[in-house]
Ligand binder design. Structure first.
Ligand code: OOB
Length: 544
């Protein structure tokens, strides 16, 4: 089994401790302390359940002893794929208490992705909900079991069938758990995945707790705040920016929305007096559209955070007049660096920029393609290093080689410019992934699936600007033999058992790729040309 490490160099680690960023806090210690300090206060609201802080700890302890009784050993990895249910928290905190390591999968992930996470992490257990949104995760568990030899336990929240019921976990007697070291890897987060399948991101107690402790302060969280989890709980944004962990840190209440749609979220905001939540831009647009006619009282909402993809200034400008709250732009990444506009920033900064870093020790370099720094105000590639940005992915030498410079800067793949005050404006990106409503999709990965179809000779996948999604997935396909129909190709993609958000929105059949000019064109260049041609054609058609 590959050991779990996050190799911060000792001199940097020492610096981050000295500066007071890394305080030796751990998830288990945090939960225990809060369960005493905020014992009777409401920690979690979800479905029909309301748990106090004391109850959250009790449930996490039960979960922890249940996992250990299955025979799991500290350090073992457990893939967690749960929708926004309160049990998400008892499972995850239970794993932390038992020193087991959660690996987060999104509810939208399917066999291909889950098998990849299980194998890459050597996971021995997999936690699912019985079913959600019409999808039966037990069927998925049966399928992945065949392909992941290390997997020995499937734990189900809800009706377990032949698997282990989470509800059956029990605690008999006092269980003593061993304490993690603050520099241990606490969990594996998944990357947006710019080339191929998602990479696994090891985050330590020290670095991650710093990121959400500082975020909670920047976002003005207090024990009277009510944070709503609108996006999937496994995503880094609602997890830590400041997210539910930031909320638990200060003793606030966390409300789980089963869906981020206005129909579900608005009544919940009114009922629970939600003060802050985070959305991706397409959802923010839906909220802006729905709010003027909403019957529900949204006046408790003080802050709407928007991030995960670029929120256009025209839309950003509408947040305050329409929703009556402060917009906070959030430009972050599961690998680390998170930027926020500050709540008291002038409206122009809030509307026009994606914020500035959390920490004075977040090093931000903006360089040209030769690695030379560009002047402020000019666009360049964003590199970063700091007290909560990883130095390496788990078990992926190739990605580590590509994604980090020799002196440990993470190559974000984003193209940004720095403006006055150190604020960043995201201009685009250098890497070939599609940011579809905040979900990052690798062009390589989609091409690979399309190429598996017998009637596809070649495929190139690009992002096309989309008024609602931000970007949509467009696949250019050269057919061979009998030309397949677009719906059939989409159905084929689905049959490959991948997350639905990776299925191309649009398929354009072409006879050949124009490879003239230099003879051999890189994939990157080919995609850029196809995209440019498509946009030019679209504009021409619009003109007629
Ligand atoms: C968040 O994390 P990931 O890991 O799913 O995706 C990171 C990438 C960034 O490198 C950037 O390309 C894009 O998502 N992104 C934005 C953005 N926020 C993220 N692009 C433009 N404007 C923004 N505001 O997406 C994430 C993690 C923590 C907090 C917020 C978002």
């Amino acid at each position: 089994m590959m050991p779990l490490v996050q190799p911060f160099p000792p001199d940097f680690a020492e610096r981050y401790r000295k500066a007071g960023y890394w305080r030796g806090e751990t998830f288990p210690a945090l939960l225990r302390e809060r369960a005493v300090r905020f014992a009777g206060r409401t920690a979690v609201v979800g479905g029909e359940q309301r748990w106090s802080y004391a109850e959250l700890l009790a449930r996490a302890e039960t979960a922890a002893s249940g996992f250990l009784k299955l025979g799991l050993m500290p350090g073992d990895r457990v893939v967690v794929q749960l929708p926004n249910l309160p049990e998400f928290f008892s499972v995850v905190f239970g794993l932390f208490l038992a020193r087991l390591v959660p690996v987060y999968a999104l509810p939208a992930h399917r066999q291909t992705e889950v098998v990849h996470f299980l194998r890459r992490s050597d996971a021995v257990a997999y936690v699912i909900a019985a079913s959600h949104d019409g999808f039966d995760y037990r069927d998925l568990a049966r399928a992945v079991r065949e392909e992941a030899p290390a997997l020995s336990h499937v734990v189900v929240v809800g009706e377990a069938q032949e698997f282990t019921p989470f509800a059956g976990f029990a605690r008999d007697g006092e269980v003593v758990f061993s304490e993690p070291d603050p520099s241990d890897v606490a969990f594996l987060q998944i990357s947006g995945g710019s080339t191929g399948l998602s990479k696994l991101i090891p985050r330590t107690h020290d670095d991650y707790i710093y990121s959400f402790r500082a975020s909670a302060e920047i976002c003005g969280l207090t024990e009277d705040s009510v944070y709503m989890v609108a996006l999937p709980a496994a995503h880094n944004f609602p997890m830590s920016s400041p997210g539910y962990f930031g909320a638990f840190y200060v003793g606030a209440t966390v409300v789980l929305a089963p869906s981020p749609s206005p129909e579900t979220a608005f009544p919940l905001i009114a009922r629970e007096k939600v003060t802050i939540t985070g959305l991706v831009p397409p959802l923010a647009l839906l909220w802006l559209q729905a709010a003027p006619n909403a019957r529900h009282d949204l006046t408790s909402l003080q802050v709407l955070q928007v991030g995960g993809a670029k929120f256009m200034p025209e839309s950003a400008r509408r947040v305050r007049p329409v929703l009556g709250c402060t917009l906070q732009q959030v430009f972050g990444m599961a690998e680390g660096l998170v930027n926020y506009t500050r709540l008291d920033d002038p409206e122009e900064i809030i509307v026009e920029t994606q914020g500035r870093p959390i920490s004075a020790d977040d090093e931000v370099l903006i360089v040209d393609d030769q690695g030379q720094p560009v002047p402020d105000g000019e666009a360049g590639n964003l590199l970063t290093r700091g007290p909560y940005t990883i130095r390496a992915y788990h078990n992926d030498a190739g990605a580590n080689q590509r994604s980090f410079t020799e002196d440990g800067f993470y190559r974000t793949g984003d193209v940004v410019k720095r403006v006055a005050g150190g604020y960043l404006v995201v201009q685009g990106r250098a890497s070939d992934h599609i940011n579809r409503a905040g979900e990052k999709i690798s062009a390589d990965e989609v091409e690979d699936h399309l190429l598996a179809h017998p009637n596809v000779f070649d495929a190139a996948v690009v992002s096309i600007p989309d008024a609602f999604l931000g970007e949509r997935i467009c696949a250019f396909v050269i057919p061979q033999g009998e030309k397949p129909k677009a719906p059939a190709l989409k159905a084929f993609m689905r049959s490959r058992k991948v997350a639905d958000f990776k299925v191309p929105d649009q398929i354009v059949f072409v006879d050949a790729f124009d490879l003239t000019a230099v003879g051999k064109v890189s994939r990157k260049e080919l995609r850029a040309r196809l995209r440019a041609q498509f946009l030019a054609d679209e504009q021409k058609n619009a003109g007629h």
